[in-house]
Design a protein around this ligand. Sequence first.
Ligand SMILES: [Zn+2]
Length: 178
Amino acid sequence: MTATEHSAELTVSTCPGCGLTASEADGPTPQEHLASAACWAAYGHLLARSYTDPVRRRVHQLIVDAYAAQHAGGTSRRQVQTVALCLMTLCLFIEDDVDPARGPVLHQQMVAHRPDLTWLAPPSQHALMTVADVLRADDAAEHCRLVRTWGRQVWQAWAAHHATIRAWNADALDRPSR
Ligand SMILES: [Zn+2]
């Protein structure tokens, strides 16, 4: 627990959401997610890959959803809604093989029904893959494969709430969109 000056890693941070241990970063921590600065910076690198490569972009929403679900923290109305919507689309991507590219449209549809979304107690997710694992992908195909594995692990971690999330989806999506 003491700072060791002879170590290459002077200070190590542990992400409160995913448990990622990394050299402490100076950058900001997110307001909407419960994450360390180092984890948040790694997430930024991962998102940047989505924006520069059309193949990686196809699983972009899966990254956003998995990250939000793995770093669920606050109980403000906005935070509760963000996590709930991300869990709803994560459910569809993993269980129903819905194309992650449809994520933004699905979120619009979900919000349009003014769903009664409630806070769900987040499970511990410190033993799962993290953004750092996905960043190790050598190419776009491996990137997509790792994102799906990570997303599946995060979804499984929320098993205690699966029934609730499926019910929200049924309620929000079974109705006509207008
Ligand atoms: Zn993290």
